[in-house]
Design a protein around this ligand. Sequence first.
Ligand SMILES: [Mg+2]
Length: 238
Amino acid sequence: MSSLDAIFFDIDDTLFSTSVFADQARRAAIDAMLRAGLRAERDVALRELQDVIAEFSSNYGNHFDKVLDRLGNESWEGQNRAVIVAAGVVAYHDTKWSKLKVWDDVYEVLKWLAEQPIPRGIISAGITIKQAEKVVRLGVLEFLTPSAIFFTDQVGFSKPNPKLYRRVLEHLDLEPARCLYVGDNPTHDIDPCNDEGWNTVRIRRGGRYSTVDGRTKPDHEISDFFQLRKLLQNEFGL
Ligand SMILES: [Mg+2]
């Protein structure tokens, strides 16, 4: 039986359902804007929001302003458009508080893992503050090893650059063959880690990459974290 020196996780669609959360937050935002006086069909406003996100990226800062621009002056005429925008922003953030949680099995298994003698890290791609906020809001910070949390924006390499994964291991003085990465994206999580000689686990439970194939096969595939626990017990003696 091989043993592990560390285990690292991706965040989005690995610890929680990014797509379900984003959909809930966007619907809540549009509903709040309608309550605040936005004059538009709900479906039309939602579609414009989705298009704005697709065209300007999810990290763009003025989604709701853009939606008003696209719906036209008549959608907010006679009102202060900043208040309608603020209603959307507030509802979006409220949804973050209430809905941004890890899946129940993820919580239970990370809690179990925190009792094992092995560091538990994060390697996540995205804007540092946004990803850091997710780690905090998801409610699993206490189960993670503080020195093993990495965001691509800070490291200076993004996925799928294999140097990202190499740099993390250099930083912690770890060997790839004794580390495990758990992620949902075959081309950004699994392929580069396989190339670097890591042990890899692909989690497949929906999300935008669940039907995508990578260049290489993961060493293991799971559909929830209970399967991960079984794998860690059976294959790695945890
Ligand atoms: Mg992901």
